[in-house]
Design a protein around this ligand. Structure first.
Ligand SMILES: [Zn+2]
Length: 470
């Protein structure tokens, strides 16, 4: 798939909606081979709810799609294992912080696995990176962007940072110097100097620092850990829309003030999930987790299917009826795949080799995904293609496999995979054919050799050529 896609990168580049510019842009990574991506991870004091999980599914599709285009991905996702909410939970449940965070971190990764979400290359914990955060805060103080308050906390001075607000565009007209907010989460009309280091309070965990004992604020954690593992400038930063302000705005301010370099090049945000048209809330009794879905007998991947039916930038309405329909559709695709495989095994597979038409269909799938992750279009395309008369069952199975590399619905569940001609070779053979037509026989022969090195043979015939496994 990698090489196939490599050839198509130029024909239909990846386009992504960048929240920073407010536009769909052609994706051009800083380094042409490895895409570096940062994802705001969970605060591990509770089970992830289905709204959080929707965001992780969108980020996984993004990651898989970038890989399908021939890039390697290096993704970092933080684990917030110290913050206001965790401390509150520890105090009310009378449990040690570590006991709470270890338990929920494990549950979180179990959820990702059930949803077929690929695990990021690095998942650093905040409490294991305090020294990096202290160093970054010190740098901001040294450069005049941060100051210590009387109680020993440290704040970022937003009036010192010229570009403050470039992501979320808050109203800055009423800003007064040294007006501060010490909470990690606050509203846009409360835009103020935000906390980098929180002075120790009674009965709270703390670390030593040049400004006295305390603990880091939430925002500095993501800047310190992303830059440690991805460098001062990297490609993509993702999260939910509720992170845009203040969290991501503050991340940009801290990082760019410290380095004087652009922080993340592309900012992607997943929209909210509603339940029966309402915002999810524990008090409303509509706060669901993946366990609730499993308890009702649903395959967790039916939730993934449901999410893929709505574009990640649109609000999604969750209902049990919709989930039920998604489960039926998921099973339908799996059954279709099984029946195509049966056809192949019963001996029809040798009739003809994969057509160029198949390759064109695959390109259409990748094209839709490259257009800012149009997953719903791909699902619709799959259903149409299954009925396509010009394709044989082996080709239809191949299409399902191809799309599923990115959709991640485990459509091959329980099925033995047969040997198929890799796309890379189909593309190489096409290239060779083109060269021959142009009379470049020497170059054409070199490609033939490359195909042979991979264990396949090219046989020319009156209709063109055939690729055969040796
Ligand atoms: Zn973050």
């Amino acid at each position: 798939m990698k090489a196939f896609s490599h050839l198509s990168r130029k024909a239909f580049p990846i386009k992504l909606y960048n929240s920073l510019s407010g536009k769909k842009e052609i994706f051009e990574p800083i380094n042409k081979d490895v895409v570096k991506m940062y994802t705001c991870g969970p605060t591990v004091y509770n089970f992830a709810h289905i709204g959080n999980l929707r965001t992780y599914i969108f980020e996984d599709v993004l990651r898989r799609n970038i890989k399908a285009n021939g890039y390697d991905v290096f993704q970092v996702m933080n684990i917030t294992d110290i913050d206001d909410k965790i401390i509150k939970e520890s105090q009310s449940s009378k449990k040690e912080i570590k006991e709470i965070t270890s338990f929920f971190e494990e549950k979180f990764f179990e959820d990702l696995k059930k949803l077929n979400i690929e695990i990021p290359e690095k998942a650093p914990r905040a409490t294991e990176h305090i020294s990096e955060m202290v160093a970054l805060i010190q740098k901001l103080i040294d450069k005049g962007y941060a100051y210590k308050s009387d109680d020993g906390s440290v704040y970022f001075s937003i009036s010192k940072f010229e570009n403050y607000g470039k992501l979320s565009h808050p109203d800055l007209s009423g800003i007064k110097k040294f007006q501060r907010v010490s909470a990690d989460e606050y509203e846009k009309d409360e835009v103020k100097d935000f906390v980098l280091w929180k002075a120790k309070k009674e009965d709270e965990p703390f670390w030593e620092s040049p400004w006295g004992p305390g603990r880091p604020g939430w925002h500095i954690e993501c800047s310190a850990m992303s830059m440690k593992y991805l460098g001062e400038s990297f490609d993509i930063h993702t999260g939910g829309v509720d992170n845009i302000f203040p969290h991501h705005e503050n991340e940009i301010a801290q990082s760019e003030a410290a380095t004087e370099k652009p922080f993340a090049k592309y900012w992607l945000h997943g929209e909210h999930l509603l339940v029966n048209g309402q915002k999810m809330a524990k008090s409303a009794g509509n706060f669901y987790t993946l366990s609730d879905i499993e308890e009702k007998g649903f395959d967790p991947l039916s939730f993934r299917y449901l999410c893929l039916q709505t574009h990640y930038q649109s609000k999604m309405n969750f209902t049990w009826e919709a989930l039920s329909a998604a489960q039926t559709a998921l099973e339908g695709l799996r059954k279709a795949y099984m029946s195509f495989k049966k056809d192949i095994e019963s001996g029809k597979k040798k009739k003809r080799l994969f057509s160029r038409k198949l390759s064109d269909f695959k390109k259409e799938i990748l094209k839709a995904l490259n257009d800012n992750l149009n997953t719903s279009q791909v699902l619709a395309m799959l259903w149409t293609l299954l009925k396509e008369k010009s394709l044989i069952p082996a080709e239809k199975a191949s299409l399902i496999e191809f799309a599923d590399e990115i959709l991640g619905l485990n459509l091959k569940k329980g099925i033995v995979i047969m040997e198929i001609i890799p796309d890379e070779l189909i593309e190489l053979a096409k290239e060779r054919d083109q060269l021959r037509k142009q009379g470049q026989f020497k170059e054409a022969d070199q490609i033939r050799l490359r195909i042979e090195e991979k264990g396949y043979e090219l046989r020319d015939n009156e209709n063109g050529y055939k690729i055969i496994k040796k």
